[in-house]
Design a protein around this ligand. Structure first.
Ligand code: 0L1
Ligand code: MG
Length: 254
């Protein structure tokens, strides 16, 4: 098998894992995969979704907390793609039967008011933001027991499964805002400073990585900046995230 065939075969494996809700072993158990190769698999995986009619709606960052980076032994954030099929309406239902072992995390979402050129160091992503919102991201690794390497999770589109956006409001300083995630009787408290110290730093990291990975940033795109607490299992019933001064966002697992 040459590199292109391997990329296609690994993308098929992850695509089938998602569509049949059957977790698979780590790709790196059987294949040598570097970071470039992992992004190539991600591209092929997302291309399969687009070929089925899904539309790209933005990007998401992962590994934006120091704890998670240390756990994975890495120092660089990862980027994945969002599509319209992943979007769940605020206060809407998300069918748990369509997922493998979903977890949910509270995030900050940015919306871009214009295109950004990731290759232009004077084109600041933050200056292109026209609105911010509280958000929930549902992650659902296609790997058994969420057991994966850094390269595996990149290939798997950074575990992206679904996202929910709360009310948009004008851009503002998002440093050090209290975040409360409530799921059933479980309450988890965090802060936006868990996102690289300041979610605005996540935007700087995003521009760099989009430049290197040739990912366009377009007007209207949503950017999920990263998690403000550890992810918790998404269970039946209501999960809500409240971000100080920004409002709340809710999803119902059904
Ligand atoms: O969005 C995230 O931070 C999660 C990235 C993937 C890691 C995971 O699945 O736990
Ligand atoms: Mg996330």
């Amino acid at each position: 098998m040459d590199a292109t065939e391997t990329t296609a075969a690994l993308a098929d494996r992850l695509d089938t894992a998602r569509t049949t809700r059957t977790a698979v072993p780590s790709l790196t158990d059987t294949h040598r995969l570097d970071v470039d190769g992992a992004y190539a698999v991600q591209r092929a995986l997302v291309a399969r979704r687009r070929a089925r009619g899904e539309r790209l709606t933005g990007v998401k960052l992962g590994f934006t907390s120091e704890a998670k980076m240390a756990q994975m032994g890495v120092s660089e954030v990862i980027v994945g793609r969002l599509t319209d099929a992943m979007r769940v309406t605020d206060d809407g239902d998300l069918a748990l039967g369509g997922l493998i072992h979903p977890k949910v995390e509270p995030e900050i979402a940015y919306r871009l008011g214009r295109d950004v050129d990731p290759g232009d160091p004077t084109d600041f992503l933050l200056a292109a933001v026209d609105a911010v919102a509280p958000a929930l991201e549902v992650i659902d690794s296609r790997y058994r027991d969420f057991r994966f390497t850094y390269e595996d999770v990149i290939a798997d589109n950074t575990s992206a499964a679904a996202y929910v956006l709360g009310p948009w409001s004008p851009p503002r300083d998002l440093r050090d805002l209290k975040v409360v995630l409530t799921s059933g009787i479980q309450e988890t408290t965090g802060s936006t400073s868990a996102i690289l110290g300041d979610p605005a730093r996540a935007l700087r990291a995003l521009r760099d990585i989009c430049h290197r990975r040739v990912i366009p940033l377009r007007a209207g795109d949503v950017v999920l900046a990263g998690a403000a607490t550890a992810a918790v299992p998404l269970t039946a019933g209501t999960t809500r995230a409240e971000v100080e001064g920004l409002g709340a966002v809710t999803v119902r697992g059904v």
